[in-house]
Design a protein around this ligand. Structure first.
Ligand SMILES: Nc1ncnc2c1ncn2[C@@H]1O[C@H](COP(=O)(O)OP(=O)(O)OP(=O)(O)O)[C@@H](O)[C@H]1O
Ligand SMILES: [Mg+2]
Length: 294
């Protein structure tokens, strides 16, 4: 289905039930691209590993004096989501030499989110937790990107219920592709069960990440890519197409990705002319974003 450009804000969940599939990397870098293009963008860190928070300048989100996190908002209805929103940085937040990223905010993550499932189990209307919170700030943003944990538990169900679009991130491989079926089933189940509460998300993109570029790894990659494209067609987002011969998909494997994370910088700030940076820009275009004329 085509991206729902008429929906403001567009709320996108970066999802996959397995860990290490590029959700956080994709979420922060697409978010940073949107922000640079003029969209007021919010990245929501819903994962207890807090990788999106780290990548946007906040190494230890739980230890910032007086600062609320997503977990506080989840567990205490008196805490408003805006109290957990902080400005995104390239480099450690507030440090000398770090740069405030214009148009980009972050809902600060928390390692306490590891207790979120347990907390939600006994809550009334537990699946609606994130929809309720995002409702408080929707008017302030054009794009909201939710970085989900690597499972399909209550936190992720809440994200699927709260969003318009699910973008799945996967490493190209047979096992990984099979996993997409489970995400699709979960999206359908959420729609069926919570349609009356406004659940309407569809899968609008698949990002193949960590795509090998060397010849020795090419065959396995090509099989994975072909299978993805055969099954999912245009949902598989194109990254680059510079050799003119082959359709190119996904984000190339690049050491700049772990390096940029270690430096707490998005790719546009760490390696502006790099291959993976280029791929994320193309993928953002594939999702229907473009430079805004304002
Ligand atoms: N294109 C790439 N090239 C090289 N390394 C990559 C690439 N994409 C992701 N990685 C690496 O793969 C690992 C997983 O990426 P990431 O943290 O974005 O995944 P995730 O799905 O958010 O994981 P989790 O489920 O643990 O939150 C990271 O170490 C990241 O640096
Ligand atoms: Mg992650």
């Amino acid at each position: 289905m085509a991206p729902q450009l008429e929906t403001i804000p567009r709320i996108i969940s970066m999802t996959n039930q397995v860990g290490g599939s590029g959700k956080s990397t994709s979420g922060v870098n697409i978010g940073a691209t949107c922000a640079e293009w003029g969209y007021r963008t919010l990245v929501v860190d819903a994962d207890d590993q807090c990788d999106a928070s780290v990548a946007l300048g906040y190494m230890n989100p739980d230890s910032i004096e007086g600062q609320k996190t997503i977990f506080d908002c989840l567990t205490d209805k008196a805490v408003k989501l805006c109290e957990a929103i902080v400005p995104a940085f390239a480099g450690p937040a507030g440090a000398e030499g770090s740069k405030r990223l214009e148009n980009l905010d972050l809902v600060l993550g928390s390692s306490e989110m590891e207790n979120a499932e347990q907390y939600l189990t006994t809550e009334m209307g537990r699946e609606l937790w994130l929809k309720r919170l995002l409702g408080q700030v929707k008017g302030d943003y054009d794009v909201i990107i939710i970085d989900c944990p690597g499972n399909l538990g209550l936190v992720v169900i809440g994200a699927i219920l709260a969003c318009d679009e699910v973008v799945a991130c996967i490493k190209p491989g047979f096992k990984e592709l099979r996993g997409l079926t489970r995400i699709e089933q979960k999206i359908e189940a959420v729609q069926e069960q919570f349609g009356e509460y406004g659940a309407h998300a569809t899968m609008t993109g698949i990002i193949l990440v960590d795509v090998p570029t060397s010849r020795s790894q090419g065959a396995v990659w090509d099989d994975g890519k072909n299978m993805a494209v055969q099954t999912y067609g245009d949902l598989v987002l194109r990254g680059y197409a510079e050799d003119g011969e082959k359709e190119r998909y996904g984000v190339r494997r690049s050491t700049k990705i772990p390096e940029s994370y270690a430096h707490q910088k998005v790719l546009l700030q760490y390696d502006r002319a790099g291959e993976a940076t280029y791929d994320y820009v193309e993928i953002s275009k594939g999702l229907g974003f473009s430079r805004q004329g304002r």
